[in-house]
Write a protein that binds this ligand. Sequence first.
Ligand code: KG4
Ligand code: ZN
Length: 363
Amino acid sequence: MTVILGIETSCDETAAAVVVDGRVMRSNVVSSQVELHAPYGGIFPEVASRAHIEHIYPVVQKALDDAAVTATDLDAIAATRGPGLAGSLTVGANMAKGLALAYNKPLVAVNHLEGHVYSLWLAGPEFYFMSGAADQPDQTPPIAFPVVVLIVSGGHTELLLMHDHGDYQRLGGTLDDAAGEAFDKVGRLLGLPYPGGPAVQRAAQSADPAAFDFPRVWLRGDQGERNFNFSFSGIKTAMLHTLQELIPGYQPDSPLPEDAPIADLAASFQQAVVDVLVAKTVRAAQDFDATEILVAGGVSANQLLRQQMVQQAERPVRVPPLPLCTDNAAMIAAAGHYRFMAGQRDDLNFDVVATWPLATPAA
Ligand code: KG4
Ligand code: ZN
């Protein structure tokens, strides 16, 4: 049995969690900075680092307390090494190093993207949403490799073929904006609150997804039909142009008139993004004969994406329960468990990395 403390501070969430055997959450504490960054319409890195410094100690203490363990009981401490904001990552990494030094515990540095992948291995009362299978965690069959994994977050859109624990083949990823970034930017154009993803989903409810025809960028041609890359910057520009046509004198960040068709615009945008994400993921699963499809990251909270993936996948689809879609430390502890079991140990002098593709070892 392993008892692992996970620490996550790559972006704007200060998080700590205690996970047993990479699967059972004993605690999961997330302190969000959304309200701090909302006035800027995006994350302000310096503000983020300072907020992490203020919150890291109480968040870690609460994670230990909620789990009814002390640092002495831990088998290892796992912390996000990257990718993310260097100043933010450093706060969590230093907390993990301090604990590892003080309590003489092994330290495991985790890739944030791998953390999102391992959110699918966590179990709990409301877990696993699968097509054609039980939704009770104790009846949920274990994940059988190979699986196609779609990671969709504010910073990343990655399509991977996962052959085994820690064994990833990159099939493609975004060439420009991440899917979540597109939601955030379009949300801002539509005058919706930050972060844009949940706000766009809310605005799109019961609106017409065919009201506006936004581009679906397939990127076919350079690699024939099988192109598993994505591009979401064009759709943001298309939204800007549509708003400029609809609303005379429209400027980004200017208030929208009351009769602006925000709901239909949001629904049509959301549909275009989801169509591409689902089609490419399902195609990859067919081409590589994947047993299942796993979807993780903040955008995997999107209801349309979840529904459409399940409808079209022709194989089981797993998505995390909503609180584990966005950044958290339970997923870091879960990934840390598999790395720890594989023998990974990191030095107290490891540096954080702003960029760290999952399929490549960190330099
Ligand atoms: O994984 P995450 O918490 O942070 C990163 O690692 O980037 O993802 C945050 C992203 C944001 O872009 C947010 O707008 C998006 O996830 N998001 C959503 C939804 N909930 C969060 N996007 C679409 N629909 C949602 N329901
Ligand atoms: Zn994330």
